[in-house]
Write a protein that binds this ligand. Structure first.
Ligand SMILES: Nc1nc2c(ncn2[C@@H]2O[C@H](COP(=O)(O)OP(=O)(O)OP(=O)(O)O)[C@@H](O)[C@H]2O)c(=O)[nH]1
Ligand SMILES: [Mg+2]
Length: 612
């Protein structure tokens, strides 16, 4: 077996926010891949607009730096559990991983998930204790917990042997011994050269596994992945072997390798390198690109199953078609199915209704990011409340379970445990660090987590952190009685005015400003009682001359509660929908008229009265 000593392939993995993308910044900047006067900013790899807004990585991405004559191909991955499919998708490109662990938080649920992935692929681990600049870091404890994690997950003795480094990604320094004064990131790069095995190469007919796709309006589809055998060059005749074994012949267009944020066009690339190639019109992620001389497929990428589902439908509100560019069933369907090409943990299914599609994902954020992306592209549609995906195993109904970790203060423990017990959660661990920092761990059905995040943030006033991770399927524990109050529903179509909203505020909190167009059945507020209340927010005060919809000097309204998209999805019940357009997020009842809803209630009562 031969090795390529001029290359290292590493994946950077960690729990969310432990500093992966910031560490990549430091490696890129200090290895001088930018011009001296080039303005590059921070979190350079989080290039997509939503990533920048949310401050999290959503998609795994490739880059590379040159250090001491060796090219280090770097794969930055997302740490949020909802995007763990991305880690599964790209991890096989690497030979080693940098496992980052926050010097205060220590190993978190997703640290365990990604380390397990890395070990399953046989990657060599380098542990980087990050954020050592933080004041109350507890490095010794974090190292001990990390060692425990390795002990728990390792399947062979050599996996226990990991290199340990300390870093402040933000300051761009890494050191090999605690207490050393760091000045740059090079000790980490040296460690990568020394500890991560160079890629093994096989000579022979070419073979490459496609791990990512990109598009270019001129070049068309671009396949990204690692070459495992042989070499690939422009104008090579190759075959693409797809999931069902179908073989399609193509001629390679161009071949690129990575350096910094650029792709460099090359004359040829050899096994061990990560490349991007054009000219393959119908290639998918997981396909093998193989020489015509040896049609041998590499093992396909395995992706965990989705846990929650919701429907995406054509917008059926009275305002449909007003704000979106793409509003038809055909456009919605095409867009959703196209998403499957790159969003590997997503599933899309047609339903009995031609205008509605069932979309399955890894969590609420996974689906919310898709919804937000589509709405920015000009799509208009409606979505239902997310539901946990249940299945029948050996004749029994089972449901997804998750581990929930909460870092909070003593004063919130009571209210949190009460909220969670209504959601069928079981407390499995509770630890106090002696400074009133409390970590609670629960087992909770996925269905109990739906809508929990916003309630959690309100209850703890944004002062606590929650994390979840999928555990597996367990027997169905029965329905959860909804804990949400009811809503204020607009009675008629028109423009909301201050007077009408003021009346509504006597019943509860409102969601809209005066001047907002509303329709019958639109949800305009919430209250704590059991039944929905119809309100006429368009009703004007009769006896004065002031008829302006936006100003009514006499009354001062409480500012409306404005939901983000995620909060809106979290909030709705089964008989409600979120209407999503490029300009607005509206909440509505599925049945728009009061009469329809009353009839529905009495029908369902009658049904439950029937003998089984
Ligand atoms: N004090 C301190 N803060 C850091 C350090 N490294 C990263 N951060 C901060 O931690 C936050 C998260 O950093 P990111 O680099 O986005 O973390 P990430 O691991 O890429 O996050 P995801 O990709 O969303 O999982 C940012 O606010 C960083 O500025 C560090 O060494 N010290
Ligand atoms: Mg990141």
């Amino acid at each position: 077996m031969k090795y390529r000593n001029d290359i290292r392939n590493i994946a950077i993995i960690a729990h969310v926010d432990h500093g992966k993308t910031t560490l990549v910044d430091a490696m890129l900047k200090q290895s001088k891949v930018f011009r001296d006067n080039q303005v590059v900013g921070e979190l350079i790899m989080d290039s997509n607009a939503l990533e920048r807004e949310k401050g999290i990585t959503i998609m795994a991405k490739n880059t590379a730096v040159l250090y001491k004559g060796v090219k280090i191909n770097i794969i930055d991955t997302p740490g949020h559990a909802d995007f763990s499919g991305e880690v599964e998708r790209v991890i096989s490109m690497a030979d080693g991983c940098l496992l980052l662990v926050d010097s205060i938080e220590g190993p978190m649920p997703q640290t365990k998930f990604v380390l397990r992935q890395a070990m399953a692929k046989g990657l060599k681990s380098i542990v980087v204790i990050n954020k050592i600049d933080r004041d109350n870091s507890r490095i010794a404890e974090v190292i001990r917990l990390t060692q425990d994690l390795f002990l728990e997950l390792a399947t062979s003795a050599d996996q226990l042997d990991f290199q340990l480094l300390y870093a402040s990604a933000r300051e761009g320094i890494a050191v090999t011994e605690l207490g050393m004064k760091g000045k740059d990131i090079f000790p980490l790069l040296d460690c990568i050269l020394e500890k991560v095995p160079p890629p093994q190469i096989k000579s022979g007919p070419s073979q490459m596994l496609v791990s990512n796709l990109d598009y270019d309006s001129h070049k068309g589809r671009i396949a990204i992945g690692r070459i495992w055998r042989g070499r690939i060059a422009p104008r090579d005749s190759v075959a693409v072997i797809s999931s069902d074994g179908t073989v399609t012949h193509y001629e390679i267009g161009e071949v690129f390798t990575y350096l910094g944020l650029k792709r460099l066009k090359v004359e040829a690339a050899e096994a061990g390198d990560i490349v991007a190639v054009t000219g393959l019109e119908k290639v998918s992620i997981g396909d093998t690109i193989a020489s015509l001389d040896l049609l041998e497929a590499l093992p396909r990428i395995e992706i965990g199953e989705p846990t929650i589902e919701m429907t995406f439908g054509v917008n059926t509100s009275p305002f449909s078609g007003r704000e979106g560019r793409f509003c038809t069933t055909r456009q919605l369907r095409a867009r959703l199915y196209k998403e499957l090409e790159t969003n590997l943990s997503l599933r899309v299914q047609d339903t009995d209704s031609p205008d509605t599609f069932l979309v399955k994902g890894r969590g609420e954020l996974h689906l919310a990011v898709l919804i937000e992306t589509m709405r920015r592209e000009g799509y208009e549609f409606e979505v239902s409340r997310p539901e946990a995906i249940t299945k029948i195993v050996n004749g029994n109904l089972v449901e997804p379970m998750e581990a929930l970790t909460i870092d909070t203060k003593g004063k919130y423990v009571g209210v949190l445990t009460e909220m969670l017990s209504k959601r069928q959660a079981q407390l499995t661990d509770m630890r106090n660090d002696g400074h009133d920092n409390i970590r609670l761990e629960f087992h909770i059905p996925t269905k109990g987590l739906i809508g929990f995040r916003s309630a959690f943030l309100t209850a703890t006033r944004g002062d606590s952190i929650m994390n979840t991770i999928f555990l597996g399927y367990e027997p169905w524990r029965g329905e959860i009685v909804t804990t949400r109050g009811s809503v204020l529903v607009a009675l008629e179509q028109g423009i909301a005015v201050t007077y009408g909203l003021n009346n509504a505020q006597e019943r509860g909190d409102t969601f809209i400003e005066p001047g907002t167009p509303v329709y019958e059945g639109m949800i305009v507020g919430m209250h704590t009682r059991l039944q929905d209340i119809p309100v006429n927010v368009c009703k004007e005060k009769k006896k004065t001359n002031i008829r302006s919809s936006t100003s009514d000097i006499a009354v001062k309204l409480t500012p409306p509660v404005i939901f983000s998209l995620e909060q809106a999805i979290d909030f709705i019940n089964n008989d409600e929908l979120v209407e999503v357009t490029p300009e607005n997020i509206r909440l509505r009842k599925k049945l728009l008229t009061h009469a329809q809803r009353l009839r529905n209630i009495s029908n369902s009562r009658q049904n439950t009265d029937l003998p089984p």
